[in-house]
Design a protein around this ligand. Structure first.
Ligand SMILES: O=C(O)COP(=O)(O)O
Ligand SMILES: [Mg+2]
Length: 226
């Protein structure tokens, strides 16, 4: 078998490895209800995911009547996170084909890592609850290197590449945060059509797009390391 073109594959979490909308949705709606705001349908919540909990709540408030004071935002944000932590893996599951794709990549000698804008603690909690921790050499969150270093900054990707021992890396993600972070880190990037795309999926601008995780290994085989 030909050598696999990548030594390392970096994965976004929400909307890429896992379908977490069913647990993030009730958490943001819990915070909106505390402020007397209308509930957002899950189809709308999907489009708010990708930058982490703070941008998600900011945008949710904007879409239901406008911003609140800094103090109130802090309270609502804490309420959102508390609700989310209590229900982190109630309904969240890996997307179809994810576990098999991770198995095949590991068999082909790839090291795997998670680079998410979710805070590191809930990211680890979720990955652990799904029994997936041992698959990854590194799990970096949106606060691991400070919020200003969250995606689209390349820092967590570059750190994960180092943690995995260095080598040719590719990124897999669902949003503009992932595509821009991969570009900033100099890695090719595959996007997932059924993730939580924050722009129309054709405009994400990755190097390749998959409709199902069964396509991932073959798609990566067709890409060249940067
Ligand atoms: O939770 C979020 O908003 C972002 O998470 P992601 O970077 O794993 O998509
Ligand atoms: Mg995502």
């Amino acid at each position: 078998m030909a050598k696999f073109p990548f030594d390392i594959v970096l994965f976004d979490l929400d909307g890429t490895l896992v379908d977490s909308n069913l647990d993030l949705g009730p958490a943001i709606n819990h915070a909106l209800a505390l402020e007397g705001r209308e509930q957002l349908p899950l189809s709308q919540v999907r489009q708010l995911i990708g930058g982490g909990a703070v941008p998600m709540l900011e945008r949710g408030l904007e879409q239901t009547g406008g911003a609140v004071s800094k103090e109130r935002f802090e309270e609502l944000s804490n309420a959102l996170l508390e609700h989310y932590w209590a229900h982190i893996a109630d309904n969240t599951v890996p997307f179809p084909g994810v576990l098999n794709a991770l198995d095949v990549l590991a068999d082909r000698g790839c090291k795997l890592a998670v680079c998410t804008n979710k805070a590191e603690k809930p990211a680890r909690q979720l990955i652990e609850a799904l029994g997936m921790t041992d698959r990854f050499c590194a799990i970096h969150g949106g606060d691991t290197f400070g919020r200003e270093k969250a995606k689209p900054a390349p820092d967590m990707l570059l750190a994960a590449i180092k943690d995995c021992g260095g080598g040719a890396a590719a990124m897999v993600g669902d949003s503009t945060f992932d595509v821009r972070a991969a570009r900033n880190a100099g890695c090719p990037v595959v996007t997932y059509r059924y993730g939580y795309n924050d722009v129309p999926v054709g405009e994400l601008g990755g190097d390749a797009m998959i409709d199902h995780f069964d396509e991932l290994v073959g798609t990566l085989e067709g890409l060249s390391p940067a």
